[in-house]
Design a protein around this ligand. Sequence first.
Ligand SMILES: [Zn+2]
Length: 277
Amino acid sequence: MSFHKLSDETIFVDDSVFGFFGRSESEESFSNSRMIENEEDEDEDVDESKCFWEAQFQLLHATLTKSSSMESTIRRATKTALSATICVCQIPISGGCKDCLLKHVCDYLKNAGFNTAICKSKWRSSPDIPSGEHKYIDVMDTSSCKKGEVRVVIELNLRQEFQMGRASKEYNELIKRLPEIFVGKAERLKNLIKIICSSAKKCMKENKMHMGPWRKQTYMHAKWFGTYERTILVPAVFSLAVSAFSDQRSKLPKSSMLTFDLLHNFPSLHCTAVQVL
Ligand SMILES: [Zn+2]
């Protein structure tokens, strides 16, 4: 359709309704010539964008396909734990609420012999990011003398953490490839955060949208690697003993009282119940 014909047609259209068509022929011609000038630039942009997304897919694939035997073992155990989840809340949620799921998985892994805990991270707001908190599970593996202590993170809603409402096709496609439940070394999660956050940034830039600070790498990083309190769950039988000594709580430092009391009263439990890093 030529612009001449278009402007002929617009004569019969109410300009106040279809304001978009109300531009004069000279305006149309001007933007048309600019479009041709910009075509080469746009081609370059398209190529650059294509390269970027291809690289992101490859990076993600490389990060997710590698797995140590220790990571695989913990992953299998987590999967088994989740196959029989129960919500013990007064109003149970089908499939289990987040707190029950965390506790259930943590309990299961502990019984299976892993040094596991529920971690609660909390961070203050900074000029860059708002404050927030997050709960997840970790396993400290000390089985390898060579590698020392290796931290494995278990995130039950990884995909959800990175989903964006009005994201591009490429970004959504990338998120689809993330596991719903992440079980992997801390370093692997750090890599994933880097890949996904730079993709989110690119996606928002391409969509000409502002990226919320809670989507930033710094914010995502704080969720799993900011200051956190590590609470080791104790068997239910001990909880009675804990309440019996509750009068001593005021003398103890502010932390996870449940586990702290236990250590106080059961010194034979040689473990670090609360580890704030
Ligand atoms: Zn529940």
